[in-house]
Design a protein around this ligand. Structure first.
Ligand code: SIN
Length: 314
């Protein structure tokens, strides 16, 4: 590691000592898991997407590893938003890094209620509003509905006191990127996180001739290696389409320093780790950070601003 290289970044006005932190998903649901993130080299602590009430989530098995990544249909198991709001005080007392709360209401009203209730909680650095969970049966992904997205953001910014960002589903068509960017640019968003899992994939076991997860007849969100090109495309497109003050946070297929480097080259200001964090635990943040620093050092980049977004066309 070279001490002359910095992987520090800034999101929502707050300094993150490392641009790498956890995706809201695996291993960020309990106080123990959140403390483990606090003690690790992760640049921020991001909580599991919270609903208004505690939820058990979907039936098991609901998370399966494959050689190229993972499929999950967790269904937002979480302790309820008050639990994560209360953890903010512990996080502020113990750790010198931002604490970001992910919020994923089962209705617009729930989102507004939670965001309003968090007002005044000075220990929450920012809110990541999850508009893209594919795993709650009967609930569509709001991020795929431009008018619903505009509606909820209108309501959120009437009540939000914290910096707010949104976690988006992956988009696959240029007009869809453009339509979403136009809506997102109309609001004082601090960041967008690209991408949530690629929703409603299907992994099967040909020996058992069956699906591998129980909920939704086996349909679930795909993460890991296979989603990296889609994640990079989403980071890149939103980096070029969004106003400068909206930071893009990359998420998808990050298991090495080079993966993180590629996300930043596409325009990411910070990079989240999901499937690999689930596999490796909190050590992944120090290891990926070291690998990223080595790459930067070799290429002569002193900080992430030196190459962020500088992807070249041919
Ligand atoms: C889940 O709990 O189902 C995963 C969260 C998400 O995909 O947003």
């Amino acid at each position: 590691m070279s001490s002359s290289v910095s992987i520090e970044t800034k999101i929502a006005g707050a300094v993150l000592p490392s641009c790498l932190y956890n995706a809201s998903g695996p291993l960020c649901s309990t106080e123990d898991e959140l403390h483990a993130l606090g003690k690790s080299a992760a640049g921020a602590i991001l909580s599991k997407s919270a609903t208004r009430e505690k939820r058990q989530g979907n039936e098991e098995p609901r998370y399966v590893e494959t050689p190229w990544g993972s499929i999950n249909s967790m269904g937002l198991p979480n302790e309820g938003y008050e639990y994560y709001a209360a953890f903010a005080e512990q996080a502020a007392a113990a750790y010198d890094k931002p604490y970001i709360m992910s919020v994923s209401g089962l209705s617009h009203e729930d989102n507004i209620h939670m965001i309003k209730a968090l007002s005044g909680n000075k220990n929450v650095t920012a809110i990541e509003l999850n508009l893209s969970c594919p795993n709650v049966p009967g609930k569509p992904q709001t991020g795929y509905d431009p008018e619903q997205t505009r509606y909820i953001l209108d309501k959120v910014f009437e009540v939000a006191e914290h910096p707010v960002g949104v976690k988006l589903p992956p988009y696959f068509d240029i007009p869809h990127f453009e339509a979403m960017a136009e809506i997102l640019n109309a609001f004082p968003l601090s960041f967008v996180t690209c991408i949530n899992s690629v929703g409603n994939g299907l992994v099967i076991d040909p020996d058992r001739e069956s699906v591998v997860i129980k909920p939704k007849s086996g349909f679930g969100g795909i993460g890991g290696d296979f989603v990296k090109p889609t994640a990079l495309a989403n980071v890149r497109k939103f980096y070029t389409l969004l106003d400068e003050q909206i930071a893009v946070i990359g998420c998808g297929g990050v298991k090495s320093g080079m993966d993180a480097f590629e996300h930043i080259l596409c325009g990411a200001s910070a990079v989240q780790v999901g499937t690999q964090y689930m596999r490796e635990g909190t050590n992944c943040f120090a290891r990926i950070g070291r690998e990223l620093e080595e790459i930067m050092s070799r290429k002569g980049y002193k900080d992430i601003g030196s190459f962020k977004g500088r992807l070249k066309d041919l």
